[in-house]
Design a protein around this ligand. Structure first.
Ligand SMILES: [Zn+2]
Ligand SMILES: [Zn+2]
Length: 303
């Protein structure tokens, strides 16, 4: 199963020409999940040729504009484009009210099923139990209620090697083999070992999206061993005091969390517009956590 994330924006609060506000698309199989939706996200989706019908779930971390101002535009366009698929928006208290007041004064009638799920940003809750994965909130520490999202694939059954089995092999036996149970066929006095007729299932994978947050060690157990973690790094360590003041993290701090949680790979983003170049972020983080990458817009990262 394909499991990957494409970064659409690595900027923070104020715009820089070549860096856009937060938005990412996580894809599994043929479905996509939109994570944050900064201003202009709909153009970024067009640019990357991401088909709207594939997106049925949108996760908003908090109500700072650089994380959700693109949502009203995106939803309006989906409505004008005769969307028929359902769309569920997960976000903190207030998001629904903000959008609905915009619909009201624009006399916009949404003609597809638009659902809102208000998330509690202070707790670890599973907010979506999907066919392929679960999504859990990651409580963060920011100036306003804010949470991240942990996407974890579900354990998959073993893959059946159908061509090795006799024709007319009973379906119940196939199910047993897929679950790793050996089959003894009394009638034909034959034994089928799961190990001989199936392949090991793909291992579970996890992606953590840590949006705007102050340095927060208490989340380390929840983030333990995830394959890929995105963590904000608004500042370099030189501006640690500014990070503390504004409830943001530095590249060093993001790397410290990655190291403590023993994640596979760290992606850092949400760079402050005051930085013209980003090398320092990389050097600084890598000094603590080697497998760090600067999140790059348009790039797809396998999880
Ligand atoms: Zn932000
Ligand atoms: Zn923020």
């Amino acid at each position: 199963l394909k499991f990957e994330v494409q970064i659409l924006g690595v900027g923070s609060a104020t715009p820089v020409l070549e860096r856009h506000p937060s938005a990412q698309v996580l894809s599994i199989d043929n479905e996509s999940f939109l994570i944050d939706c900064g201003e202009g996200t709909q153009y970024r989706l067009l640019e990357q040729k991401i088909k709207h019908p594939r997106i049925r779930h949108v996760f908003i971390s908090h109500l700072h504009g650089d994380h959700y101002l693109g949502l009203i535009g995106l939803i309006s366009s989906l409505n004008l484009n005769q969307r028929s698929e359902e769309l569920t928006v997960y976000g903190p208290k207030g998001l629904r009210e903000i959008l609905e007041i915009q619909f009201k004064y624009a006399d916009t009638r949404i003609r597809f099923d638009l659902n809102f799920v208000e998330v509690d940003t202070t707790a670890r809750n599973i907010i979506l139990d999907h066919q392929f994965l679960t999504v859990e909130t990651i409580p963060l520490a920011h100036r306003i209620p804010c949470c991240g999202f942990l996407f974890r694939t579900k354990p998959a059954p073993r893959k059946l090697l159908r061509e090795l089995l006799p024709e007319e092999f009973p379906v119940t036996y196939m199910k047993m083999l897929k679950n790793g149970i050996d089959v003894h066929d009394e009638l034909n006095q034959a034994t089928y070992l799961a190990a001989d007729f199936t392949l090991e299932a793909a291992t579970e994978r996890a992606y953590a999206y840590c949006s705007d947050t102050a340095y927060l060690e208490r989340n380390v157990p929840q983030l333990a061993n995830v394959n890929t973690m995105y963590h904000e790094a608004t500042f370099t360590n030189e501006l640690l005091s500014r990070a503390i003041e504004t409830n943001h993290s530095t590249a060093t701090q993001a790397a410290q969390i990655a190291q403590m949680a023993n994640v596979g790979k760290l992606l850092i983003g949400h760079f402050s517009s005051r930085y013209k170049t980003l090398e320092t972020f990389e050097t600084e983080a890598r000094a603590i956590f080697e497998n760090t990458l600067l999140a790059e817009e348009g790039v797809i990262y396998e999880i």
